[in-house]
Design a protein around this ligand. Structure first.
Ligand SMILES: NC(=O)C1=CN([C@@H]2O[C@H](COP(=O)(O)OP(=O)(O)OC[C@H]3O[C@@H](n4cnc5c(N)ncnc54)[C@H](O)[C@@H]3O)[C@@H](O)[C@H]2O)C=CC1
Ligand SMILES: O=C(O)[C@@H]1CCC=N1
Length: 280
């Protein structure tokens, strides 16, 4: 479905780059049908062009009528200016996709032409290696063909889940922000490994391989996480001692609060912006 389509990223930061990397590596579509744009940072565009072989240009040089799918990838605080700058150049035959945390499809629809199809997506930076867990939810004017197109596109960057928009905040708390929790965990494992006498690089590698193996076990075995945990834990053994420390230091609550905190922030971003729109 996408072979003849042109996709333009509006915003060329970390998330756009991770998605571009996944799309280019999947070879789903010719590279000259993928375009990165930003406001004016030519150095960044040059970097993307050289690294991925796609087209890259400032947004005001983009031929909007040649684009089928726009992917909005700026920070949430920049959404109003971005929508204002595109609203007179897009039409209902073009699909608007947003990866912005906390920005509802309704919020975007109100600032775009009538009947504009808008899809909200939450990927993560593992898109770079085609290992994202990505959610899609749809706005009012989205047709089934748009959903199929998005599933095809997002399959290039990992696994895709269609969810209700009200589940986006919690999805963001787990999967959008989640890689950072694991990196934080790994930073601590690496430090503990070093303190225990391991070389830093080795500590990093064994931490990463351990997390990769555990994730694969979760995806490929029938066992629940609790069952898998029990299989590692010998009575009065090393894991029991480690888990005891984790519980005593609030490890479980810390993870729950991290997910809840991120989800709450996603909700706050929506409500703050919606208030602003009402008072304008
Ligand atoms: N970084 C991540 O792990 C994830 C980020 N997201 C979402 O992706 C969005 C982008 O995040 P990052 O890539 O981390 O930010 P970033 O700051 O690295 O990139 C933002 C880009 O947008 C550009 N930009 C800003 N206003 C613009 C405009 N009006 N027109 C064109 N370009 C414009 C900036 O120049 C920059 O290139 C955020 O809304 C975030 O919520 C979603 C999932 C994961
Ligand atoms: O931190 C953020 O707001 C973005 C959204 C999910 C991951 N990064």
């Amino acid at each position: 479905m996408l072979k003849n389509k042109t996709i333009a990223f509006i915003g060329a930061g970390s998330m756009a780059e991770a998605m571009i990397s996944g799309i280019v590596h999947s070879e789903l579509m010719p590279k000259d049908q993928v375009i990165a744009t930003n406001r004016s940072n030519e150095e960044r565009l040059e970097e993307i062009r050289n690294k991925y072989g796609i087209k890259a240009m400032p947004k005001d040089k983009l031929e909007f009528e040649d684009v089928d799918i726009f992917i909005l990838a700026m920070k949430p605080k920049d959404i109003d200016i971005a929508l204002d700058s595109i609203k007179d150049k897009v039409n209902e035959n073009q699909l608007i996709v947003s990866v912005l945390a906390g920005i509802s499809t309704e919020y975007m629809e109100k600032q775009l032409p009538e009947n504009q199809p808008v899809v909200r997506v939450m990927p993560n930076t593992s898109s770079m290696l085609q290992e994202s867990a990505t959610a899609i939810s749809t706005g009012k004017y989205v047709a089934m063909d748009h959903v199929l197109e998005m599933k095809e596109l997002l399959a290039c960057i990992g696994e895709v889940y269609v969810i209700d928009e009200e589940q986006m905040d919690i999805f963001t708390g787990i999967a959008g922000s989640g890689p950072a929790y694991f990196y934080y965990l790994m930073e601590h494992m690496e430090k503990a490994g070093q303190a225990g006498g391991l070389d830093k690089e080795l500590a990093r590698k064994i931490g990463a391989q351990t997390i990769l193996g555990a994730a694969k076990m979760m995806l490929e075995q029938e066992d629940t996480p609790a069952e898998l945990r029990k299989k590692v834990t010998s009575p009065n053994g090393t894991t029991a001692a480690g888990l005891e420390a984790l519980k005593n230091f609030g490890g479980g609550e810390a993870i729950t609060e991290a997910v809840k905190g991120a989800a709450k922030r996603s909700e706050e971003i929506s409500s703050q912006l919606e208030k602003q729109l009402v008072t304008q």
